[in-house]
Design a protein around this ligand. Structure first.
Ligand code: WT7
Length: 638
């Protein structure tokens, strides 16, 4: 990148930056924030509160993030490509936008939102295929100060309704249809179904993508292509406070319904740009590709905001890694000359399983840096990625972070800090990780493990959970007061690098996507033949973790194979309706009872071991209400 934002280039610079960020965080982040476009600078760099969870960055500053993503680049990068779009079907047309063109498209969409009554502070939900208009509409919300809440277009109508109602959204943006690989989803129809239960929604803006017929509700639904006819090509950016809400993104926790993680404007902007720039080390003429969907936080920070803030060229892909063949990713890399590629361990594992000739058919010469995100990358996948995709010459940045952290926290910085298989690596400047024991005390030294927590706020820290700060406080700040609690377990290896071991709470990470066990159980329990259920994660070759459900049926309802098959199908149907296809259990085992303590608590430890197939040592079962149930469960294991 040109000189506008300095970047860390060497190990010594990293060490120096890290030290400054810990010793004098306010000065460090003030320096980092300086080169952005501000309408007004801040009064305070940081107000820290890791007990109540009221953390604020750059208070008093005024800005608009889209001025930083777009307007700021027009004089130097107006004709540079900002966004390349690669369609699901490789035979159809790709689309490219320069920074100037993207700026104009965002302004036009912003004007359409205005004309449809969207005002600063309003919440807008987006349920869309991975098409340029999703990126454009998201930025258009930010342009006029509306809060975007993107819902991954794989969630069900009920899941949409929950999110729309929680956010009290007034407008929804969608499309006629979606194609992902060979799958088709009538997204507008799913939205229509959801909105029957969403009284807050006044308008729906529909983007025509596939030309599918859809029902347009009078007085509520409008076509984007009609609305855009008569709007101006420019739109002044709304002046936002540093701590004004930028977006809500729903994510699963260990209890109850998914919660709306809230990120605000200035801190998120600084963190997205800083982490993108330093971790990936993208150069001015590079093509950068993050394969995540904008419906997840990775797509927000590293497909959209991070690259555009840095003035990079970002590639957006509509499809899936295996369509029309398992060589598709590699074909896209050669076709567009991708230099930096960021994907998930699940995608890598699913491609490893195919004939290596799908890889060998492509040169992959352009690649310089590879990234991984979403779950621990196992050594086998790391080596395959490193050898066959990176040809041994590209560092892998294994980036650990969460929806709540806004951006990358622990990771190698490409060619600067160590990249070692199965280690996320060192914390980025500004990140102070600690490992806590059961009592909440910090475990010192190396070659130790514990609960991963962070002991000082960083600019991208979650600000609240929408509409319910108490929940944020309890989940993240109340567990070990004074620390941000991640929910992950980790090891600090003898070399001081961090190894992430996975969730220590009741969250399952399936293909890099989070589900709460309680959330899936609630869905299963909606089924009226089900008395009770317990869901756990278990190791899965491709998905990282699979979903294993133990189900107790009403008396007699599941006694024979045919009725079991029937109930199983109907359980799956309920989960698909309540959450979406992505939360389908891999295994369902019907059981007579669940291992419970005398106080009625389900012993998930035992259920996890059985699901894993590790039944030789189930630990002490004598404290159980009914110890015999365990043997029966082991016998019936799937
Ligand atoms: C959880 C966060 C971060 C964006 C995508 C997922 C796991 C994430 C890694 C990694 C090991 C990882 C953690 C974390 N995770 N990245 N590089 N190594 N585990 O975001 O849905 O908020 O999930 O994903 O368990 O807590 P998310």
């Amino acid at each position: 990148m040109p000189t506008d934002h300095p970047r860390i280039r060497t190990t010594e610079e990293y060490q120096y930056a890290y030290r400054r960020s810990v010793e004098n965080p306010e000065q460090y982040w003030a320096d980092v924030a300086e080169p952005f476009t501000w309408r007004r600078k801040w009064d305070n760099v940081l107000t820290a509160d890791l007990v109540e969870g009221h953390n604020k960055w750059f208070e008093g500053a005024k800005l608009n993030i889209t001025e930083n993503c777009l307007d700021r680049h027009l004089s130097t990068r107006g004709n540079k490509l900002a966004l390349i779009w690669e369609p699901n079907d490789p035979k159809t047309r790709q689309i490219r936008y320069t920074y100037r063109e993207l700026h104009q498209e965002v302004c036009k969409f912003a004007n359409v939102l205005h004309n449809n009554g969207v005002e600063k502070g309003d919440r807008v939900c987006l349920y869309m295929p991975m098409i340029p208009q999703l990126a454009i509409a998201t930025l258009a919300c930010a342009r006029i100060g509306a809060v975007h809440s993107v819902i991954f277009a794989g969630f069900s109508a009920n899941a949409i309704a929950d999110r729309v109602n929680d956010a009290q959204a007034t407008v929804v943006i969608t499309a006629d249809g979606l194609e992902r690989g060979a799958k088709q989803i009538p997204v507008k129809r799913v939205v229509d179904e959801a909105l029957e239960h969403c009284p807050s929604v006044r308008g729906v803006i529909v983007v025509e993508h596939l030309g599918w017929p859809v029902h347009m509700k009078d007085g509520r639904d409008v076509w984007y292509h009609d609305e855009v006819q008569e709007v101006e090509k420019t739109c002044p950016a709304e002046e936002m406070d540093a701590e004004d809400m930028l977006f809500i993104l729903y994510t699963s926790g260990s209890t109850g319904k998914p919660k709306g993680v809230v990120h605000t404007t200035a801190g998120y902007m600084v963190w997205a740009d800083y982490t993108f720039r330093n971790v990936f080390q993208v150069e001015e003429n590079d093509v950068y590709w993050c394969s995540a969907d904008i419906g997840w936080v990775t797509g927000h920070t590293y497909l959209l905001y991070g690259p555009l803030l840095s003035g990079a060229t970002t590639l957006m892909f509509e499809g899936v890694p295996t369509y029309p063949s398992p060589g598709r990713y590699w074909e896209v890399i050669d076709k567009h000359g991708v230099n930096v590629f960021y994907t998930s361990p699940t995608a890598i594992r699913s491609l490893m399983a195919h004939d290596i000739n799908h890889v060998l058919a492509y040169s992959l010469d352009s690649l310089r840096v590879l990234g991984s995100v979403g779950e621990p990358i196992n050594e086998e996948a790391w080596h395959w990625y490193h050898t066959h995709i990176g040809k041994g010459r590209c560092p892998i940045v294994d980036t650990w972070w969460q929806t709540e952290t806004g951006g990358i926290m622990i990771s190698a910085m490409a060619n600067i800090t160590p990249s070692v298989p199965a280690r996320a690596g060192l914390p980025l400047p500004g990140v102070q990780p600690v490992l806590l024991n059961q009592e909440g005390q910090e475990v010192e030294g190396n070659d130790v493990e514990g609960y991963l927590a962070i002991k000082a706020p960083w600019p991208g820290i979650i600000r609240t959970t929408y509409g319910d700060h108490e929940r944020a406080k309890q989940t993240y700040f109340g567990v070990y007061p004074g620390y941000y609690f991640t929910g992950d377990g980790a090891r600090r290896e003898p070399d001081g690098l961090y190894r992430i071991q996975g969730r220590v709470d009741d969250v399952i990470n399936v293909s890099g996507h989070r589900f709460g066990t309680a959330e899936i159980e609630n869905a299963i329990n909606q089924n009226n033949t089900v008395v009770e259920s317990a869901v756990v994660g278990y190791p899965h070759d491709v998905k990282g973790q699979g979903i294993y459900a133990y189900v107790i049926c009403r008396d007699g309802a599941c006694d024979d194979e045919i009725s079991r098959k029937h109930v199983e199908a109907s359980i799956i149907e309920t989960i698909v309706a309540e959450i979406g296809r992505i939360a389908k259990p891999d295994k369902i085992q019907f059981v007579e009872g669940l291992p419970k303590t005398r106080s009625g608590k389900i012993m998930r430890r035992i259920l996890r071991k059985v699901a894993e197939g590790d039944t030789s040592n189930l630990g002490d079962t004598t404290t159980l209400l009914d110890p015999e149930i365990v043997e029966k469960i082991v016998e019936g294991r799937k």
